[in-house]
Structures are given as structure tokens and as C-alpha cells.
Ligand binder design. Structure first.
Ligand code: 13P
Ligand code: SF4
Length: 309
């Protein structure tokens, strides 16, 4: 353990803080975190903790979600520049326009959306539960955004009609992954299995052996008997794979699939966050109240019981 790590661990204890990290965080951050997971698990963990301070190592929409679920806690992001590129593609005017046209159609928003836009949602889903939630909504047509690929995936899995907003919402990391590269890798490793995140193009989804959220992929890797895995998502998830199943061979479908926003966080910034108490996430009560309603509607639809403190 290096000196900075020791200092962070001590400060965390002294200040009654918890460190949460997303599966795409750099290894050094994953190693000091109390919990590493996908967007859904991190939201739930943030609610379950008794810590006073939550240092969230992820991107803006995830940290906002933690604050919305924990309005009384201090939620910190170690770097304000951790902005999810996709979350910034959805603008309120797109939602209002489509709502005007389809006034009775439920609006589902992907958790990768900014809080100020989530106020327009009836339900808020993550990659782990988008299919189950939309399947359970009592309507054959659903407005959904901002990821066009996730919309296509849900449409493919549920058979429902999805009106996607905005026109070309996407994640640049998953857009960098191409099905032909996967097919070429399959020629070299014919026995490998292919796993993919639902933010990938539909042609990748169709050749994948498993599709799921980042943590669902980790669980798949842990339990599958195949010893070579081609993975179509952000490269640093490999740290999680190696942790749960160190003897397998992991091949990125695209070694350039890197989320630069996730990589802005380092040990130095986590240390500063703890010592200086920055950067504080602040969201108005009005927004918090509205968004919580949509999140709790979603949990209710899924039969997830939570303490709504
Ligand atoms: P998960 O919820 O699957 O971790 O995905 C978050 C994300 O931003 C993927 O790009
Ligand atoms: Fe956003 Fe894409 Fe980064 Fe996920 S990988 S946080 S969707 S930019």
C-alpha cells in the first residue's frame, strides 16, 4: 500500500465516509473503494450506507443519482469534469416536444441522464433493468432515451414500440466497437464467448452470447465455463473480471474503448475530496422530490423494497 492510499483509508474512517466506484474506474480507485459496481448497485449502496459522506468515483449522472437518493448526506465527486458524454445529449426541449405529441405515452429515461431532465420521467432505468421495467409497463408504446442503442435492444427484447429521444443519442465508447472486429477475433479464438453491454450496436448484441450491465457481465464471467472472453465494453472492466476469475483470458473487442471521463479520477483527487470536502453535489429539493418519485415508481414496478427515508 502506498502513502496516499494509507492517508485516504484513515481519512475515510475519521470522517465517516464511504467510497463508491463504478466498474470503469481505474484500478487504483477500484482498490481503495468500499464498493465497486454498476449504476444500479451503486444507487442502492448509496441508500444503504450509514456513512455521512459519500465520495462517488464515477460520472455526473451517477453522482447526482446518489445525491437524489441521499438528500441528507454529503455527496462528493472528486473531479467536476467527470461528465457522461451521452447524458449531455438529452435536452429538456426534446422531451417536452415529444410529450406534447404523445401525451399518454409513458416516458422512461435511462439513468445516464442529468437530474434536471429526469424530472420529466415516469420511470428511470439502468442497463441492468431496462428490459424488465419496460416489459412491465402497461403500454405497448414507450418514449425512451437518450441511448438509441439501448432503445433498439429493449425493442428487440420486448417487442414493444420504442420512440427514442434524441435522434442520435449514443455513447462514444461503445460506438467505437464494431461487429467486424468481433467476428475477426472469433476467427482467432473460435471457442471464446462474446459478452456485450447493451449500449453497443444491435449487430453486436445479435452475435453476443451474453448482454448485460457492467456488473451482470462480471457475474457472467465469474460463472461461465469458457476460458476465453471477448468483451464489448469499456476496457477497464477487465480489472473486475480478473478479480473474480483470474485464470481466464480477456480480449477487448476494441482496445480504444476508453471512457476518458471515468479516468479523470485518481488517488490524489480522492484524497483532496476527503480533506477539502469537494466537490459537493447540490440539487434543488424540487428536482430531488420529482426524480425520487420516478425512481421509486420504477423500484415498485420491479418489486424492489427500499427504505424511502
Ligand atoms: P452500467 O450501469 O451497466 O454500469 O453502465 C453505465 C454506463 O455508463 C455504461 O457506459
Ligand atoms: Fe457515459 Fe459512455 Fe462513459 Fe458510460 S462509457 S459513462 S455512457 S460516456
Amino acid at each position: 500500500m502506498n502513502k496516499l492510499t494509507d492517508l485516504i483509508l484513515k481519512l475515510k474512517k475519521d470522517k465517516n465516509a464511504i467510497i463508491l466506484a463504478h466498474n470503469y474506474q481505474p484500478l487504483e480507485i477500484q482498490e481503495i473503494a468500499d464498493f465497486v459496481g454498476d449504476s444500479l448497485e451503486l444507487s442502492i449502496k448509496a441508500m444503504e450506507t450509514n456513512a455521512k459522506i459519500v465520495v462517488f468515483c464515477g460520472v455526473d449522472f451517477m453522482v447526482e443519482q446518489a445525491k437524489i437518493l441521499n438528500p441528507d448526506k454529503i455527496v462528493l465527486i472528486p473531479d467536476y469534469g467527470c461528465r457522461c458524454h451521452m447524458a449531455h445529449m438529452l435536452k429538456p426541449e426534446y422531451i417536452l416536444k415529444i410529450r406534447e405529441k404523445y401525451s399518454k405515452t409513458p416516458v422512461v429515461l435511462y439513468v445516464n441522464t442529468l437530474a434536471e431532465n429526469k424530472v420529466y420521467a415516469d420511470y428511470i432505468v439502468t442497463s441492468a433493468n431496462a428490459v424488465s421495467v419496460i416489459q412491465r409497463i402497461d403500454n405497448e408504446v414507450v418514449i425512451f432515451g437518450p441511448d438509441v442503442n439501448l432503445c433498439k435492444y429493449v425493442e428487440y427484447r420486448t417487442g414493444k414500440k420504442i420512440i427514442s429521444i434524441p435522434d442520435n443519442g449514443h455513447c462514444y465508447v461503445h460506438k467505437a466497437i464494431h461487429v467486424n472486429d468481433i467476428l475477426e477475433l472469433k476467427k482467432v479464438y473460435p471457442n471464446a464467448c462474446v459478452i456485450a453491454h447493451p449500449e453497443c450496436d444491435l449487430d453486436i448484441i445479435k452475435v453476443a452470447d451474453f448482454v448485460g450491465s457492467t456488473s451482470q457481465m462480471v457475474k457472467y464471467v465469474e460463472n461461465c465455463s469458457t476460458d476465453t472472453i471477448i468483451y464489448a465494453t469499456e476496457v477497464d472492466i477487465v480489472n473486475r473480471f480478473r478479480k473474480v476469475s483470474p485464470d481466464k483470458k480477456y480480449i477487448p473487442a476494441c482496445p480504444q474503448a476508453i471512457c476518458v471521463y471515468m479516468k479523470r479520477i485518481n488517488l490524489e483527487k480522492v484524497y483532496r475530496a476527503l480533506i477539502e470536502g469537494k466537490y459537493v453535489i447540490d440539487i434543488s429539493n424540487k428536482i430531488i422530490e420529482k426524480v425520487r418519485k420516478a425512481i421509486f415508481n420504477t423500484f415498485e414496478l420491479l418489486g424492489i423494497e427500499i427504505d424511502k427515508r
